[in-house]
Design a protein around this ligand. Structure first.
Ligand SMILES: [Zn+2]
Length: 423
């Protein structure tokens, strides 16, 4: 079996010859101490927070305070280590954070370059010279996610097709017919929706990222494509690229020269090895805006042991997105249901193309679903509602279905969540 591209990345970027847990941790401690010292010298955000200028071991990291979304919203300017002239890109998320001010993340040119290099390692497992890859990710200008993926594909000697997000099935059909892509890069629900409406056509392989991926969607996509999916994990705070899947398909190898990962319980304490908890990241490889112990709000576990591919680079298991925020929303506390849980159940029905959900009140949820042509809307709605109420006792579901049309587009433009009804 091929060794993961992530090992080559560590050799190339960090000059490492032997890659095992000891050498990886030594590299991480060195980079972390370089960061702490730089913060002390410039009297930056973390020096103000009283952080030491050096740690003796990685375990001592657990004694430092967390960085939160509120810190990012309120202090992004003082967390940035570079002058404005060296900032290549700012990503802003006006909808997140409880303070109402936008959370901003800054990148330097080197940060973008490092992300392209990670994408090459990840994409290189399924995109080959001559491949034609449809990129169904946002294209938000230079150095945005879509552009960085495109550049990585170009450097692999393959052809990036800048499809973007939010297209109708008719528009996607045109892309498929005219460009004959063999690989797909995008979010999980848009992929299964497209496959169920249009079929696989020329597609052979897919990389999914940027949102939670329920097992039912993975299984359905893999069955139609006839190949294993390559899930990736990333977030703005870790430079968009965080963890990539190797040929073993046994978890996602973390970009350990960029991120030190910890898994904590709800009280902020480290969980025993291999157990589930919240992912906390220290981004030692980010030049513009390194973060120390940032609580991602994402839930996962670190898979113990060496990967079947032979690599000792840490692997993240499936990531459940943003559960912390969900739990704090009153609706979900009452109902105990998340969009990911709904998707898990609903996409197990092969006629489901797309769906959205909204709270009617704290114990009722309305589901709108698009189903494959030929499926009966009334019968399907009944069967979906029965299935939902069986799995989530105590919550009422009002389900409406209609047949999908080629003129339809995705019901969610980005990440999926249960909507709060405004009316
Ligand atoms: Zn591996």
């Amino acid at each position: 079996m091929l060794k993961a591209g992530i090992d080559d990345l560590l050799r190339e970027q960090e000059g490492m010859t032997t890659i095992n847990r000891e050498t990886i941790q030594a590299m991480q401690l060195k980079k972390l101490n370089r960061l702490l010292l730089a913060e002390k010298e410039r009297q930056g955000f973390y020096a103000d927070a009283g952080l030491p200028k050096q740690l003796e071991s990685l375990e001592q990291l657990q004694t430092l305070p967390f960085t939160t979304d509120e810190d990012l919203a309120a202090h992004a300017g003082s967390i940035v280590m570079l002058s404005q002239s060296r900032i290549q890109r700012v990503l802003s998320d006006a909808t997140s954070g409880t303070t109402g001010s936008a959370k901003r993340v800054f990148y330097s040119e080197q940060d973008c370059e490092n992300t392209i290099r990670l994408f090459m390692a990840g994409l290189g497992e399924l995109v080959f010279p001559g491949s034609r890859t449809m990129i169904c990710m946002p294209f938000s200008g230079p150095h945005g996610l879509g552009e960085l993926i495109s550049e990585a594909i170009r450097r692999l000697g393959a052809q990036p097709l800048k499809v973007g997000c939010g297209l109708t099935y008719l528009e996607l059909k045109k892309w498929m017919e005219e460009e004959q892509p063999d690989t797909f890069v995008g979010m999980p629900v848009p992929l299964i929706s497209m496959l169920r409406v249009l079929g696989k056509r020329s597609l052979e392989r897919a990389l999914i990222s940027a949102d939670a991926c329920p097992d039912s969607i993975t299984a359905a996509c893999e069955k139609i494509l006839g190949s294993r999916l390559f899930p990736h994990y990333g977030s703005r705070e870790m430079g968009l690229g965080g963890a990539i899947t190797c040929q073993a398909h046994a978890g996602m190898h973390l970009r350990e020269n960029n991120v030190i990962a910890e898994i904590i319980d709800e009280n902020g304490r480290p969980v025993p090895a291999g157990e589930q908890g919240e992912l906390v990241i220290t981004t030692i490889g980010m030049e513009a805006m390194p973060l120390i112990r940032y609580r991602t709000g994402d839930y996962t576990r670190i898979i113990p042991g060496t990967c079947p591919c032979g690599s000792n680079v840490l692997r993240l298991d499936k990531v459940h997105r943003g559960t912390r925020q969900n739990v704090t929303s009153a609706g979900i506390q009452a109902a105990g249901v998340s969009m990911e849980m709904l998707d898990e159940l609903l996409y197990a029905h092969p006629q489901l193309v797309d769906c959205s959900a909204a709270y009617i009140d704290t114990r009722s949820i309305a589901v709108e679903a698009l189903i494959t042509p030929g499926a009966d809307p009334t019968q399907t709605a009944e069967s979906l509602a029965q299935d939902l109420e069986k799995h989530f006792p105590g919550t009422d579901f009002v389900v409406r279905c209609r047949e999908v049309k080629l003129e339809d587009g995705p019901m969610y433009p980005g990440k999926r969540s249960i909507l709060q009804r405004s009316n």
